[in-house]
Design a protein around this ligand. Sequence first.
Ligand code: G1P
Length: 292
Amino acid sequence: MSNKIKTVVFPVAGMGTRFLPATKAVPKEMLPVVDKPLIQWAVEEAAAAGCTRFVFVTSPEKDAIMSHFSDAPHYQDVLEARGKTKELALLKAGLPENAEIIKTYQDAPLGLGHAIWCAHEATGDKPFAVILPDDMVQHTTGCLAQMVAQYEKCGGNLVAVENVPANQTHRYGVLDPGAEADGLVEVKGLVEKPAPEDAPSTLAIIGRYILGPQIMDTLSTFKTGAGGEIQITDAMAELIGTVPMNGFRFDGTRFDCGNRDGFLEANLAFSIAAADADSRDALKQRLRPLLD
Ligand code: G1P
């Protein structure tokens, strides 16, 4: 396991309006896929990739996220008294033993680039990972662990990419791809949320990044881009030529849990994966008629 990328940033200050009213009092990152909130799946993926410092860029209205990763003495006492060791372990919420938790607030909704910049004190002069918990990837080796292994060979700025339907480029950061070898795609340019007719390709960034510390200086100029927001895509684009920049075709199935269909698909896929062999077949049989 790599030791290089220790810090992971979770930009989780957004309002989650697409899931109202569910997200009126519950942060969207706390919506569960099977039995864990989205943010815990993201934390577990980062822990499996070797991260030990977990930086949450959040907002005061979303303190449920921080509560999820803090001690829960009321539960602890009851469970200890009852000797429920399995349930006690679940209270760790997927954090490794040596986890360091850092909370910082994004005080205004100025964009993903700004949210990442808000973590600059925690990331310092080291490379770091970013996970957008909305994007889930199902695979035996987590997407970030795959990227960390790749990063050790290529360094620079690295983003997870996959091809998306041509009519969906306006939802993503899109690559102007150069040479490709073994799943690593050289990035010649990047465009944030281009209309299909303006998109340089259909190869889109999904919510996993490994970024060098230079990105924070670039972000600190607070230049706005698509949608009038400070975009991480633009900051990475600005560094092309200075810092190696690659796209990484990960193994696994990606679910966009930022919309209802993707969220439903993730719940189905992860429920089926979590079931033991006997109940899995029974579950699939019960699901089939619902799909007709
Ligand atoms: C963000 C990024 C975009 C990226 C996407 C992945 O967009 O700005 O470049 O492709 O995440 O999910 P958002 O989904 O926050 O609008």
